[in-house]
Design a protein around this ligand. Sequence first.
Ligand code: NAP
Length: 340
Amino acid sequence: MSNLKHVAVVGATGAVGAEMLRCLEQRHFPVGQLTLLASARSAGKTLKFKGEDVVIKELTPDSFAGVDIALFSAGGGISRDFAPHAVKAGAVVVDNSSYFRMDPTVPLVVPEINAEDVKGHQGIIANPNCTTAISLMALHPLHQAFGVKRIFASSYQAVSGTGAQAIEELANQSREWAAENRAWDAAKLDSKPHVYPHQIAFNAIPHVDSFLENGYTKEEMKMENEGRKIMHHPDFRASVTCVRIPVFRSHSISISAEFEKPVDLAVAREVLSKAPGLDVLDDPANKVYPLALDIAGRDNCAVGRLRLDCALGNGLSFWVVGDQLLKGAALNAVQIAECL
Ligand code: NAP
């Protein structure tokens, strides 16, 4: 019997979809047939896979006949409306949106942490929030060593985390500033932003996703809620401020974590250096620490700036960076498909 799979990519034209095709190709995923799905706007256009043109089809409820694995990345509404059709047709869905993540019947998986949870799926497996997944790549190994109680964190999130239109918005605003030959102190542009609530170029916006009644945003609460589910740690607490910055690719997160046990810096370094999917880049004296520009396009996340926290008991502070289009989305989804 052939091991080749019929794979569908929903949202193939998007920022994540493009990376999914690259991951499937680079990781030699056993694709026998590939179905590319997007909106009616993209139907009939082509995308390359393994050097061949593949025609994009419009997503409909009937798109999934014969599909083994459906990788969804077209937003929560599309997942809500179409993932059940894929499951009904016999496919296993790996969903990048937040729609199913907290559903108790849906495993939420980072393969380096809880690959075993994949086994309990009932047709849908969720991919975590990108900032959460990248943070946990460093936090979970430390949790295993010292037992994490709570974290205080701030994220520095790239525009590609919002999708293709946000990438355009940052590029256009940067071009506008340069074309008008503006001075550094005339960085506020005349054009109105479309994707973000404020100009993103030359700015830092402490507003990612919508605000909740408790004053945090949905994105900020994902760290605690999804972190608890992935680490099987219902008491984990996380106070997070998510900030959008004018970086094209890779999210960076500054974390101060408090643990049950005292933290030994050398042991922490050792634990992190052995963690799968994670590199330790930590030599500040030689200006070595993870940088968004360097981590962009790389599968592994990276951690650095390790230090005992000076304000927390049993505390460790660190800086973790990951390509959110890869570990935060496409790569993690393809890794989940590999677990299947
Ligand atoms: P994007 O660049 O805006 O792409 C959106 C994709 O969805 C496009 O392929 C688009 O197709 C498709 N789409 C939109 N409306 C559709 C419809 N009615 N029917 C079928 N397809 C439709 O967004 P993205 O950044 O790739 O994100 C996609 C999903 O992944 C979202 O749920 C997002 O939350 C999640 N995610 C993103 C990241 C990230 O770093 N970007 C990380 C983790 C999770 P057309 O081109 O035809 O419009």
